[in-house]
Design a protein around this ligand. Structure first.
Ligand code: SAH
Ligand code: SF4
Ligand code: F3S
Length: 459
């Protein structure tokens, strides 16, 4: 018999809900995958401290908003959401509202002063103290903990994956970032870079696999800098160890940093079938002048050298990127350099943003945010249009091919159709037949759009 040594997420959620005295917690998550993963850590901490979890915001006693500060519009969205929650707070006496995550860390006490409905402000390294912060609010005070730590990795906490699809899980391997790209707020909101104990990572990967998950994504702002005990375990070792746990469980990772992304890692990707053939390698700009000003620490030539290395060892690898348009002083030529680099690489996918000045970053203190909003927008649109063309070209090459697809759920448009991803992280939609979520199926691609492949299951 298969005896479980630990409780699954579901068992823990159900057990807590049986306590009718428990305060009910509702968490809403914004921002990147690190935040999704952090909210799962918060679930775990709160369950261990006698709280129950709810999906219904109207029934909650405590609402946590896990926030992002990377661009101004991310923060505006959260401020608008707070207005809506304020109406709820007026109706429900005693409702506690907490702001977690990067916006909490960036604004600190200022947030409780500016937003009267906020009771708790807790930064990314302060989640163990959330139960105490709730108690403090119950005594009529506001509670703020924004201390950053050099050690905190929540290593031994088993995240409670409440809103997950039970197929794909995120496992965090590093926290913080030491890179200090000049435009970026993350080093200020997440603190110093630190790696999590490899044993606790492998234990968590085994746990999620025994719960039935079929894909694990290792997470960090710069996973290539993973480093345990002065190089005893580096990212390549960790990737190899996770891949070897179970050959039918896929491993992905995000995000890689161009000059830290080694051939050693590429070779591991190439030699393990279950390590997905997909790499997210943010370039930000194709212009060396801009890259220098961003303090990215690489040139477009070095970046292209990494792309060549990927293509050499893994010819069928999909590559995606992040791009910022309209950074300080960006000329038409710099912008053209970005478009040219995109063409050269032929990205399969990209996340594209307009530069948004973040207070107190190096760029905010030293450069003028001098690109007119209209120009930023026009350049961004040109970047998006080009990427749509590249994505379509990439997808058209896949028509007629057969891919192994891990099914993640029903297609948004129809209950007769399922969707999943191939190793290259491309979304494929196909008829249901008798397959179900969590299965691997072979799908033949019949047609495509720039965003999706459409196909049929091969019997
Ligand atoms: N650690 C990752 C990305 C973290 S933030 C990396 O370095 O690649 C995700 C993306 O948001 C970044 O890659 C960048 O493209 C974008 N971004 C960060 N700060 C920004 C800003 N001030 N304005 C616009 N986009 C920004
Ligand atoms: Fe920000 Fe640069 Fe760190 Fe990425 S690597 S999180 S862009 S500072
Ligand atoms: Fe946003 Fe913080 Fe992630 S600023 S992108 S939630 S690390």
């Amino acid at each position: 018999m298969n005896i479980k040594k630990y409780k699954t997420s579901e068992e823990r959620i159900v057990q807590a809900s049986e306590n009718s005295d428990a305060l009910k917690l509702y968490i809403e998550t914004y921002g990147c995958q690190m935040n999704v993963s952090d909210s799962e850590v918060v679930n775990s901490i709160m369950l261990d401290n006698g709280f129950a979890l709810t999906n219904k915001v109207e029934t909650a006693d405590v609402i946590f908003i896990n926030t992002c500060a990377v661009r101004d519009n991310a923060e505006q969205r959260i401020r608008n959401r707070l207005q809506a929650l304020n109406a709820l707070k007026k109706k429900r006496k005693g409702l506690i509202i907490g702001i977690l995550g990067c916006m909490a860390e960036r604004l600190k006490e200022q947030l409780v002063q500016e937003e009267k409905m906020v009771d708790i402000v807790a930064g990314p390294d302060a989640y163990r103290t959330l139960p105490q912060l709730v108690k403090q609010v119950e005594t009529g005070q506001k509670a703020v903990n924004v201390l950053l730590s050099r050690e905190e990795t929540y290593a031994e906490i088993s995240p409670v994956r409440k809103d997950a699809n039970n197929v794909t899980a995120f496992v965090s391997i590093t926290r913080g970032c030491d890179n200090m790209c000049t435009y970026c707020v993350v080093p200020f909101t997440r603190g110093r870079e630190r790696s999590r104990n490899p044993e606790s990572i492998l234990r968590e990967v085994r746990e999620v696999i025994s719960e039935g998950y079929k894909e694990v994504t290792l997470l960090g702002q710069n996973v290539d800098k993973y480093n345990w005990n002065n190089g005893e375990v580096n990212f390549a070792h960790l990737l190899k160890m996770t891949a070897e746990i179970n050959p039918s469980v896929r491993i992905r990772f995000s995000t890689s940093y161009p000059q830290d992304f080694t051939d050693e890692v590429i070779k591991i990707m190439a030699s393990y079938n279950n390590v997905c053939k997909y790499i997210h390698l943010p370039v930000q700009s194709g212009s060396n002048l801009m890259l220098e000003k961003m303090k990215r620490g690489y040139s477009s030539e070095l970046y292209l050298n990494r792309i060549q290395a990927i293509r050499k060892y893994i010819p069928d690898c999909a590559i995606s990127t992040d791009i910022i348009s309209g950074f300080c002083g960006e000329t038409e030529q710099d912008h053209k350099d970005t478009l040219a680099l995109m063409e050269k690489v032929g990205y399969d996918f990209a996340y594209m943003f307009k530069y948004s000045e973040r207070p107190n970053t190096f760029a905010a203190r030293n450069f003028e945010d001098d690109i007119d909003e209209k120009i930023k927008k026009r350049r961004l649109n040109e970047i998006i249009t080009l990427q749509q063309k590249l994505s379509l070209q990439s997808n058209e090459k896949d028509v007629g091919k057969v891919f192994e697809v891990l099914i993640e759920g029903f297609s948004k448009k129809s209950d007769d159709r399922l969707f999943g991803r191939n190793s290259q992280n491309k979304v494929i939609v196909f008829n249901k037949e008798d397959a179900k979520t969590g299965d691997y199926v072979n799908v033949k691609v019949n047609s495509c759009t720039s965003a999706t492949l459409l196909g049929e299951i091969l019997k």
